[in-house]
Ligand binder design. Structure first.
Ligand SMILES: *[C@@H]1O[C@H](CO)[C@@H](O)[C@H](O)[C@H]1NC(C)=O
Ligand SMILES: *[C@@H]1O[C@H](CO)[C@@H](O)[C@H](O)[C@H]1NC(C)=O
Ligand SMILES: *[C@@H]1O[C@H](CO)[C@@H](O)[C@H](O)[C@H]1NC(C)=O
Ligand SMILES: *[C@@H]1O[C@H](CO)[C@@H](O)[C@H](O)[C@H]1NC(C)=O
Ligand SMILES: *[C@@H]1O[C@H](CO)[C@@H](O)[C@H](O)[C@H]1NC(C)=O
Ligand SMILES: *[C@@H]1O[C@H](CO)[C@@H](O)[C@H](O)[C@H]1NC(C)=O
Ligand SMILES: *[C@@H]1O[C@H](CO)[C@@H](O)[C@H](O)[C@H]1NC(C)=O
Ligand SMILES: *[C@@H]1O[C@H](CO)[C@@H](O)[C@H](O)[C@H]1NC(C)=O
Ligand SMILES: *[C@@H]1O[C@H](CO)[C@@H](O)[C@H](O)[C@H]1NC(C)=O
Ligand SMILES: *[C@@H]1O[C@H](CO)[C@@H](O)[C@H](O)[C@H]1NC(C)=O
Ligand SMILES: *[C@@H]1O[C@H](CO)[C@@H](O)[C@H](O)[C@H]1NC(C)=O
Ligand SMILES: *[C@@H]1O[C@H](CO)[C@@H](O)[C@H](O)[C@H]1NC(C)=O
Length: 850
């Protein structure tokens, strides 16, 4: 944000004039050859990994046409300029450059030259432009440079130069630009710089300069940029500096300076564009006349000890950035804020850390050009006005560390560019606003921590798919961690500590592949610590302390490094390996497994073959999951649901939710707590002959398949209902467009509202089905035959993509030569099935369809 002086647009033509208007003494062809030899010498001593100087080796090209070389217009040809900027060149600058005796411009900027600046450069008495910007040069600035009377432009910035600034003598009176910023220069600013009567730009920022600012600098009649930011300068800024009416950029922030600004500064510095005095102690306050310096664009007066009411800057039409943070300023009647509405260029406003009181006025909504707005660390209170929503361009908004109360205005949801939001350390209450969670541009950070938010974390948190950091810690949030959080796959930092969250850590968080820091401490979370946490390779800090987790702690991954994991205050955890200062887990489990295996060895061989096949399937499934833990399958986590979950999702199996009935069971439309979209829930009527097998068969088929044209199972439920009877249900993606059957024969089923399928749609549907079958038959680890493919088993989503459904009759073709179908006995005599019945399936009295 601190301007270090961009290149002056007027300078280039001026330089060109200077370079090419000079006359030169007659030179002989010997001199010409000296130039060529000097260039060849130069090339031979540097590294040129990109071959930028290839033309320099081509004997059929005259050296005046070599890359970067400019010669005089008349013969004898002499090198006038050498511009090798940004050519990837490196090595020490060869001293033979000092033999290009007629050169007026040398630009080696943006390369990786190192070593010291050769003193031979001082021999180039006609040199006017010297740019060594952005290399890795070390050592001192050769003092000879200070006595070269021709130099107009010197840029040695962005190197590693040390030592002091050389004395520039009156001989350098033509010097206009001196840029030495971003080095490690030490010592004081020489008073002799004040002799540089033509100087317009002096940039010494980001060095280690000490001492006072010499008063002589104010003798420079046309100085436009005085840039001294980030040094170790001290003392008071000479009063005469504020008399330099030519100044456009006055930047001396982050030193240890003091200054007393003249009351009429706005009239004395009428050309001022940038006033950057942060950390300069301004005794005497901020003169009102500053608002008359009408060209001002940037004002940075951070930590300057200012007090009183913030002035109204509405008279500065070009104002772009205003930072008055960390002072003792007051808001007064907030008229300064309304006046800023006049500054139509204003993009950044910072008023942090001023101890301001009162509440934000509605007029804040008029600053609609703002990109960054910060009132952090004040004493502001009351509600945030709704008008804030009008700041629709905001990228960053900070209100942290105040006393704001009430709920967050819903109008925030109108922000479309927001990347960073910090409302932490206030007294905001109410539920966490889902509006904020709809701001999908939020990419950097969202901090709502240390407030009084209550209720559950909205599922919409999964919409923040671009976000890098979330903190909602130290609120009063209840309920479970939404599994939709697993969709925020770019998340690096997650803080949820200090709430009343219950339930497990959702399995979906395994998708957070970039996560570095996770804090779930001080909640009421329970269940096992999920194994996947050990597999998150980027995780560097994990805090699970003071919850109610139980069972064995994983031993690999981050759990292998006890300094990065905190598990304190979970009294039911045990360790499978020593080192985590937890009790060791009892060995019961492995004994049990041995017994189990002993039993299995005794059973007949055919059964053990089946077991082996099943184990292979599990291995394949696990391997596939590891291979593609990708987004679109985030819903494939088989999270077992309870009878109560299903009852709740279907409003107690309400007839209103019923979308189809059949002999194997009923299909309901329902909403699950962890899924955004509605789901179809197929409840099996287990008394029906074949229904239990159908459930098993369908589970097996769907667990082993993943294809974009196969209906996706979200989860399953196999439990007992309150009467103690077995209860089995499968939960699928809901297909809003029903089955293909109802589209093909709408009139048969009274669905005349549906439009006809276009030819294109029909072709796409046919292709989708073909892809699904090809996958089932040829690409599955074990080929599967569907055995019941018909239009009513082809479902359509909103985009009219077709999905093959109903695997109740599916068979695994374990071995193509013997073709032994799984469960062959139970299905041998069945034709047709009662699978997932889509809305409007004809045979079953459609109850709900759109
Ligand atoms: C030398 O330059 C000439 C003229 O530009 C070009 O035709 C020729 O290919 C170059 N030779 C080499 C070896 O690059
Ligand atoms: C050198 O070339 C670069 C890019 O070609 C240009 O931006 C720069 O102004 C040139 N330097 C001089 C001193 O003319
Ligand atoms: C400069 O040129 C002279 C004669 O032309 C030569 O003797 C000398 O070695 C050259 N110096 C460098 C550093 O190349
Ligand atoms: C410095 O030069 C490198 C190329 O060597 C370039 O990529 C980089 O952007 C330059 N930095 C500045 C600040 O000009
Ligand atoms: C150096 O490189 C940077 C980035 O490529 C560019 O913006 C800058 O203009 C270059 N500076 C010079 C002096 O060529
Ligand atoms: C300054 O310039 C004068 C004449 O132009 C010259 O005599 C004198 O030696 C120069 N001084 C230095 C230190 O180069
Ligand atoms: C250069 O500046 C110094 C310090 O300001 C001063 O003493 C000296 O007389 C000046 N020299 C010339 C030639 O102006
Ligand atoms: C700044 O200068 C003071 C003394 O003037 C010294 O104590 C301090 O270390 C310096 N700081 C830096 C960063 O150079
Ligand atoms: C600043 O300029 C005013 C008017 O030109 C003059 O009266 C005053 O003495 C100057 N102040 C300083 C410190 O040079
Ligand atoms: C400059 O000073 C401000 C205010 O003290 C501080 O916030 C900022 O970090 C400093 N900048 C640097 C680069 O030291
Ligand atoms: C200075 O600015 C204020 C506020 O815009 C204005 O009222 C006043 O007339 C200006 N003074 C002069 C001399 O222009
Ligand atoms: C805002 O601009 C209008 C028109 O340019 C001007 O009349 C008014 O005085 C300005 N307000 C402030 C507070 O400067």
């Amino acid at each position: 944000m601190i301007c270090l002086g961009a290149s002056h647009p007027k300078l280039i033509p001026l330089l060109a004039f200077l370079i090419f208007s000079c006359s030169f003494p007659l030179a002989t062809s010997d001199d010409t050859d000296t130039d060529r030899q000097a260039l060849l010498c130069f090339k031979s001593q540097i590294s040129d990994p990109r071959g930028a100087l290839a033309s320099w080796s081509n004997i059929s090209i005259n050296f005046c046409n070599w890359q970067g070389v400019t010669c005089s217009a008349q013969t004898p040809l002499r090198v006038m300029a050498l511009n090798l900027s940004s050519q990837g060149l490196g090595g020490p600058v060869p001293p033979c450059i000092g033999n290009l005796s007629t050169i007026t411009s040398l630009d080696l900027s943006n390369n990786t030259f190192y070593g010291s600046i050769p003193t031979e450069l001082g021999r180039l008495s006609r040199l006017q432009v010297l740019s060594l910007w952005n290399n890795s040069l070390q050592g001192n600035i050769p003092s000879l440079l200070g006595s070269n009377p021709s130099l107009v432009y010197i840029d040695l910035g962005a190197n590693q130069l040390t030592g002091g600034i050389p004395q520039f003598l009156a001989n350098s009176s033509s010097l206009q630009v001196l840029r030495l910023m971003q080095n490690s220069l030490t010592g004081e600013i020489p008073a002799s710089l004040g002799n540089l009567s033509s100087l317009t730009r002096l940039s010494l920022a980001i060095n280690n300069l000490v001492g006072r600012i010499p008063e002589s600098l104010s003798n420079i009649p046309s100085l436009e940029r005085l840039i001294l930011t980030m040094n170790n300068l001290s003392g008071s800024v000479p009063h005469s500096i504020f008399n330099m009416s030519s100044l456009r950029f006055l930047e001396m922030a982050n030193n240890s300076l003091t200054a007393q600004l003249p009351q009429d500064i706005g009239y004395r510095l009428p050309n001022l564009q940038s006033l950057i005095l942060s950390t300069t102690q301004l005794s005497g306050g901020l003169p009102v006349s500053l608002v008359n310096a009408s060209k001002l664009e940037m004002i940075y007066l951070v930590s300057t000890g200012l007090s009183g009411v913030v002035p109204s800057f509405g008279s500065l039409p070009n104002l772009r950035e205003l930072d008055l943070s960390y002072n003792h300023l007051e808001a007064g009647d907030w008229s300064f804020l309304s006046s800023l509405a006049n500054c139509t260029q204003l993009t950044m406003l910072f008023l942090d850390g001023n101890g301001m009181r009162g509440s934000l006025p509605r007029s804040i909504g008029n600053l609609s050009n703002l990109l960054v707005l910060s009132f952090a660390q004040n004493n502001l209170s009351g509600h945030v006005p709704d008008s804030i929503g009008k700041l629709s361009q905001l990228n960053e908004f900070y209100l942290d560390g105040n006393n704001f109360s009430g709920s967050i205005p819903r109008s925030l949801g109108q922000w479309r560019q927001l990347e960073k939001l910090n409302l932490s350390h206030n007294s905001f209450d109410g539920s966490m606003p889902s509006e904020i969670l709809n701001i999908s541009s939020l990419s950097q950070s969202l901090d709502l921590s240390n407030n009084l938010f209550t209720g559950p974390i909205p599922m919409e948190i999964g919409r923040l798919i671009n976000l890098g950091s979330i903190s909602i810690s130290n609120n009063r949030l209840t309920g479970a961690i939404p599994s939709t959080l697993g969709k925020c796959v770019l998340l690096e930092v997650l803080h949820m500590e200090g709430n009343f969250l219950t339930g497990n850590i959702p399995q979906s968080l395994m998708n957070l592949k970039s996560i570095k820091e996770m804090d779930f401490s001080r909640n009421k979370l329970s269940g096992k610590i999920p194994e996947f946490l050990a597999l998150l390779s980027s995780l560097q800090a994990l805090n699970l302390s003071f919850n109610d987790f139980e069972g064995p702690v994983p031993s690999s991954g981050i759990f292998g490094n006890s300094s990065r994991v905190s598990l304190k205050g979970n009294h039911r955890l045990c360790a499978s390996t020593p080192g985590l200062s937890l009790p060791l887990c009892p060995k019961l489990e492995s004994k049990g497994r041995k017994k189990y295996f002993v039993l299995k060895i005794a059973v007949p061989i055919p059964l053990s073959v089946v077991v082996i096949v099943l184990l292979c399937l599990v291995v394949i499934l696990v391997r596939r999951r590891k291979e593609e833990p990708s987004l679109q399958h985030s819903s494939m986590h088989i999270e077992k649901m309870t009878y109560e979950d299903i009852a709740k999702a279907t409003n107690g199996f309400s007839p209103v939710n019923l979308v189809g009935l059949g002999s194997f069971g009923a299909v309901y439309k329902g909403i699950l707590p962890f899924e955004d979209d509605p789901v179809a829930i197929k409840v099996f009527n287990l008394e029906q002959y074949g229904a239990p097998k159908s459930f098993v068969s369908e589970c097996e088929a769907l667990r082993n398949t993943r294809h974009r044209n196969l209906v996706k199972v979200i989860t399953l439920c196999s439990t007992v209902d309150p009467t103690g009877s077995d209860f089995k249900a499968l939960i699928f993606q809901y297909m809003p467009n029903g089955s293909l059957e109802t589209w093909l024969h709408p009139e048969d089923h009274g669905h005349d509202k549906k439009r006809f399928l276009s030819l294109g749609e029909r072709i796409n549907i046919a292709l989708d089905i073909a892809y699904a079958l090809d996958y089932l038959h040829n690409q599955c680890a074990t080929p599967i035959t569907h055995c019941d493919l018909k239009p009513s088993n082809v479902l359509l989503d909103l985009e009219m993509t077709a999905y093959v459904s109903d695997f109740g009759l599916a068979r695994f073709m374990r071995n193509t030569s013997t073709a032994v179908p799984a469960n062959s006995t139970s299905f041998a005599n069945l034709k047709g099935s009662i699978g997932y019945i889509p809305p409007g399936k004809p045979n079953y009295e459609p109850i709900l369809f759109s």
